[in-house]
Design a protein around this ligand. Structure first.
Ligand code: TXA
Ligand code: MG
Length: 361
């Protein structure tokens, strides 16, 4: 159902809310990515969410609210940091993990003692929650393991026939998911970098830490994951993805080398580049995420471009890194996961060594 993203038509919201009230599943836009919504207080409906997405039952969804009062019902206690952050960042791309109250069904939090809550900054999402008269549990509306959807078409591509309705409010504006911040520990801990930058959280809280696995370069050991989402395969396009990290010239050089060796092995190669570097690769497919000086735009394009690679018949995607600042931290976290931690380091030193080697050979 196409819907006006600024002033959603009440009749359309009513139709969608009817599905939610009856325990059905409705995909809807948020400012980050599309979510797949169910009544968070109806265990059967939440179970159906997991089934539709083929999502492991140990990975709980985020509970979406449209007013702050509901937070006090869903959480056992609301610490002062939470109040400050809600005032400053809600509605917006920040999810708060709090001790949960008895009101929240076990399945909604995958048996954890905490619940993840956020208030999305999107009029369609807010109207749907209000009209449904319940908090809405909503993971991203993709099949588990796939890149998150930033358009209604992406949702349809993954979930056609598996859900009741999609509200199509156009492309989402942030493009990566919300930042997940654990407030059940002290100091607060970022479990997933996202649409609210770490810099902004530091400014607001003073003391806040990044979980060591946010910038992890390896798979997370199960015992050490604080967020179930850290453990699962994520964001993966069909082709194998290799991520190359280092300074821009070293990365370009390394990617050109990798292209040659992949092609020698008979692979069709795609490169995930940026506007500044895209012309430097001679290869079957090159796609740009936008300018590396505009990390907001890079984040906005990331999942769409990863999905676009699925329409190309290539075997390997080689991706450039972007700076680990602002929304770049979230982009790098998604790229590392999408690569299955298949990360190649490109160093200047190696470069110089190679030039020297060439000179003397
Ligand atoms: O922007 C977003 O956050 C989107 C839109 C739809 O709101 N939602 C989203 O949901 O990305 P999902 O389910 O794909 O990701 C939720 C993340 C997962 O990594 C999950 O493990 C973590 O939040 N999470 C949920 N409940 C948690 C809890 N109680 N403690 C720690 N992590 C939790
Ligand atoms: Mg997701």
């Amino acid at each position: 159902m196409k819907i006006n993203p600024h002033k959603p038509e009440a009749t359309k919201i009513r139709v969608a809310a009817e599905f939610i009230k009856k325990g059905g599943l409705v995909a809807f836009p948020t400012e980050t990515v599309y979510g797949l919504g169910a009544d968070a207080l109806n265990p059967k409906a939440v179970l159906a969410l997991f089934t539709a997405k083929k999502r492991p039952l140990d990975n709980p969804p985020i509970v979406h609210v449209e007013n702050v009062d509901d937070v006090y019902k869903l959480a056992k206690q609301v610490p002062p940091e939470a109040e400050l952050l809600m005032k400053r960042f809600w509605p917006g791309p920040l999810t708060l993990v709090l001790e949960r109250s008895a009101m929240v069904p076990d399945v909604t939090v995958a048996g954890l003692s905490t619940v993840a809550i956020r208030m999305p900054k999107n009029n369609v999402a807010l109207a749907l929650i209000r009209e449904s008269r319940c908090p809405i549990a909503a993971p991203s509306a993709n099949l588990a393991g796939k890149p998150s959807p930033t358009t209604a078409q992406h949702v349809l591509d993954d979930l056609n026939g598996r859900i009741d309705a999609i509200l199509d409010g156009g492309a989402t504006c942030i493009g990566v998911e919300s930042t997940v911040l654990d407030l059940s520990v002290s100091p607060p801990l970022v479990l997933r970098p996202g649409g609210t930058s770490f810099e902004a959280l530091k400014q607001a809280l003073g003391d806040v830490k990044l979980h060591q696995f946010v910038a992890a370069e390896e798979e997370v050991a199960i015992g050490e994951a604080r967020s179930p989402g850290m453990r699962h395969k994520h964001y993966a396009p069909n082709a194998k993805l290799i991520l190359v990290e280092g300074s821009v010239p070293a990365v370009v050089e390394k990617i050109r080398e990798l292209i040659a060796s992949c092609e020698r092995e008979g692979s069709r190669v795609g490169v995930l580049a940026t506007d500044e570097t895209a012309s430097k690769y001679e290869v079957d497919v090159v796609k740009s995420l936008g300018s590396r000086f505009n990390l907001d735009a890079v984040a906005q394009n990331l999942f769409r471009v990863l999905r676009e690679f699925d329409a190309e018949s290539i075997n390997v995607i080689i991706a450039e890194c972007v700076p680990n600042e602002g929304l770049g931290l979230a982009v790098m976290n998604r790229l590392r996961k999408a690569s299955g931690y298949n990360i190649v380091k490109a160093t200047q030193l190696e470069n110089q060594d190679r030039k020297l080697a060439r000179k003397f050979s």
